[in-house]
Ligand binder design. Structure first.
Ligand SMILES: C[S@@+](CC[C@H](N)C(=O)[O-])C[C@H]1O[C@@H](n2cnc3c(N)ncnc32)[C@H](O)[C@@H]1O
Length: 252
């Protein structure tokens, strides 16, 4: 469902960057503009891009020290201490690969609060993969902030992919705490207005989300596809891999 021809690429909710890395591996993108509201994640992307070898050295050390006890020391340092960008990136990757379910969740103070996971021999990182990601990011700019901040220069022929925090499927299944400020339904409405503005500019725009009627109603008149997607993260182990309907909304 991706467009064949892409000018500049914009991904304002970069997260793990699955689509960006797919496009980068195909070599179809000229310049990329990436963004996320999570400052630690943005620091990590910049360190992967600019200082992969220093990052690998730090990760080597963390891997040697790994234990349940060390996880909590590292989490405490991550939340309360000043440190270099390389160290912060290494800690984020270490915590992400050793915490419960690979979640990134923060409390109301913005502190990462996921407990240690149960892994027999966590890989933590792969040096070759970090080098490959670094190469893929060489021509990418990455900003920390709200999604709208990188979209002022989008033009005809550019491609914008939106993968925002998803609307909850039920009232109890609310998970939008990647950052201190939750992404509310008002933000989804704001996003749908940006989607419409970019369509008028002549950009190609794709958006994914949970397929709820309320969300779909914001995109009346656009191409709507419902796709079963596998949910990787769910508190209930039996539902972790259950297919859930997602929607892909396109203006092309
Ligand atoms: C569903 S995830 C994106 C997942 C990504 N597509 C991937 O492949 O992993 C949503 C991301 O949006 C970020 N986010 C939340 N609110 C935001 C905002 N107002 N502006 C930009 N990014 C935001 C979160 O930090 C999170 O990384």
């Amino acid at each position: 469902m991706l467009p064949r021809q892409i000018g500049n690429y914009f991904e304002p909710f970069i997260g793990g960057g699955a689509v960006f890395f797919k496009l980068a591996s195909q070599g179809t993108v000229a310049r990329s503009f990436l963004c996320d509201a999570n400052p630690h994640l943005v620091t990590t992307y910049r360190v992967v891009r600019d200082e992969p070898e220093s990052l690998i050295k730090y990760l080597d050390e963390l891997k040697l020290r790994n234990s349940d006890e060390y996880f909590y020391q590292a989490r405490n340092r991550f939340n309360h201490e000043q440190m270099s960008d390389v160290e912060r990136a290494a800690l984020l990757i270490y915590l992400n690969k050793t915490c419960f379910n690979g979640l990134f969740r923060v409390n109301s103070k913005g502190h990462f609060n996921v407990p240690v996971g149960r892994y027999v021999n966590p890989g933590i990182y792969d040096a070759q993969q970090i080098q490959a990601c670094s190469a893929a990011l060489k021509h990418a700019e990455i900003e920390c902030g709200d999604f709208e901040s990188i979209l002022t220069d989008v033009g005809p022929g550019d491609f914008v992919y939106f993968d925002p925090p998803y609307v909850p499927l039920t009232k109890t299944a609310h998970f939008t705490s990647y950052a201190r400020d939750d992404f509310t339904f008002d933000d989804q409405v704001r996003l749908s207005n940006v989607f419409k503005r970019l369509s008028e500019v002549g950009a190609r725009v794709l958006l994914s989300n949970h397929a709820t009627p309320e969300l779909i109603s914001l995109y009346d008149g656009f191409d709507i596809s419902i796709v079963p997607a596998r949910r990787m993260i769910n508190r209930d182990a039996s539902r972790r891999m259950a297919p859930i309907d997602e929607v892909l909304i396109r203006n092309y």
